[in-house]
Ligand binder design. Structure first.
Ligand SMILES: [Fe+2]
Ligand SMILES: [Fe+2]
Length: 134
């Protein structure tokens, strides 16, 4: 499992959103650390909970910004958020049942870490460019 490092190439040009992405990465890295170190179940659960809560805060912020700027692709973007909301809930459920397995580590890395980077670069960049232009 790899931690994510913030790089300037991830900036979408809106400070509020960039700051939230940085926070998200921090929460993600904490979860990675806890899973890798095979910390106590309660501690891993807590780090996944923080990540879920923060994901919700962040998605809600983006959806509000997109609504306010009348972004035409809001529904598509929201559908992508909804898919991750489901993935994250499923992952947390699996963890509670099975503990910190290698499979959990792999899905956290693939479905959260890789997802986030791709989502920022491809999906968030688009709405940010639209919002900045408006
Ligand atoms: Fe985002
Ligand atoms: Fe997004």
């Amino acid at each position: 499992m790899k931690k994510i490092e913030w790089v300037d190439g991830l900036s979408v040009g809106i400070d509020l959103i960039d700051d939230q992405h940085k926070q998200w990465i921090e929460h993600y890295n904490h979860a990675v650390e806890a899973i890798q170190a095979k910390h106590e179940v309660a501690q891993i659960a807590r780090s996944l909970d923080f990540l879920s809560d923060y994901t919700e805060t962040h998605f809600a912020t983006e959806e509000q910004v997109m609504t306010e700027s009348h972004y035409p692709e809001l529904e598509e973007h929201k559908a992508k958020h909804d898919a991750l909301r489901k993935t994250l809930a499923a992952m947390t459920g699996e963890f509670i049942e099975d503990g910190a397995t290698d499979l959990l580590a792999e899905s956290v890395e693939t479905f959260l870490g890789n997802w986030l980077i791709k989502h920022i670069k491809e999906v968030d960049m688009r709405f940010a460019a639209f919002t900045r232009a408006g």
